[in-house]
Design a protein around this ligand. Sequence first.
Ligand code: NAD
Ligand code: DAU
Length: 340
Amino acid sequence: MKNILVTGGAGFIGSNFIFYMLKQHPEDRIICLDKLTYAGNLQTLALIMNNYNFKFIKADIADRQAVDEIFAVEKPDIVVNFAAESHVDRSIENPGIFLQTNVMGTQVLLDACHKYGIERYHQVSTDEVYGDLPLDRSDLFFTEQTPLHTSSPYSASKAAADLLCNAYFRTYGLPITISRCSNNYGPYQFPEKLIPLMIVNALADKPLPVYGEGLNVRDWLYVEDHCRAIDLILENGEVGQVYNIGGHNEMRNIDIVKLILQALGKPESLITFVTDRKGHDMRYAIDPTFIHEKLGWLPETKFADGIQKTIEWYLDNKSWWQEILSGEYQKYCERMYGNR
Ligand code: NAD
Ligand code: DAU
């Protein structure tokens, strides 16, 4: 039986990971630490809130005293750090909070692991730390050896956190692992991100804001496949090692948007091309050979099935996202898309 501290577990991937782990490892105990920012939602965890092997603690990973107390009481064997400011557009608007949470927060967690001792600290990172690839070089992929070369304040903050993890491994011998994953999609994703945003806008017959010409390419992975990869890294991963996780599933934004419209029976006239994101990365593409060869991981969900399941989830769980669409998030949409 292990005590697993999952930070950011009220967000998209963290919550999916908790559900996955409770199912796969019912003998373990999960402690979820989350600040409940705009992206954290306790509703998501409602079904497991009273489970005997689950505990929720509202706290900020950058709050040293709070984190220290949690480590002293809960004595985690494993920490999986999902907590982050995660949206690129918001990082362009306000980089400060990204540095605070993603860099300083990671340092606070690493310090606590060093002080109290830990079996494993796993940092959930992103393929965005590698920068982007050109559209006309389909032979190029991100490997674990690709140099870090960031574009946005978000990706810069994630890269800084990765470097800190490596430094704590090298300097203090802290048993860390890092995973760098491509774009996830699936249930419980906040509707500011491409796929859920397009689904909820299409359902409301609202314009679908496509940046630039919609030609940017992302490598989409169903969230459960990401969770399984992290579980494998925790079980059999080598400390000090980076693992790239990706689905070999590159798609242009415009094609995803058209596919969603088609699935919902909505017209393509809803597509609205808007001013491009500043510093917009063109293409992400992960080479997952290393994790496949070392840990036997391969994505299991085909995009056609995953997107269908995702659309059905948003259709079946309207109250989850309709609550988000009211209030503060409305103001964000006006700021972000109002004059584009
Ligand atoms: P998300 O924005 O949906 O969730 C982030 C969660 O972290 C929220 O619950 C939020 O309340 C919490 N949080 C934010 N600041 C915090 C703080 N200071 N202290 C404690 N909790 C805090 O993000 P996501 O999409 O689920 O991403 C999770 C992690 O995975 C992030 O580290 C992100 O960089 C990484 N990642 C995401 C993707 C993707 O496609 N979404 C891909 C690769 C890597
Ligand atoms: O690659 C992993 C990363 O994927 C994660 O590290 C990030 O946390 C996650 O947010 C995601 O970043 P992206 O910037 O790729 O995701 P996003 O959903 O914001 O955008 C996907 C693509 O769609 C991107 O090319 C921008 C475009 N886009 C996005 C929005 C929100 C639009 O065209 N219109 C939009 O309104």
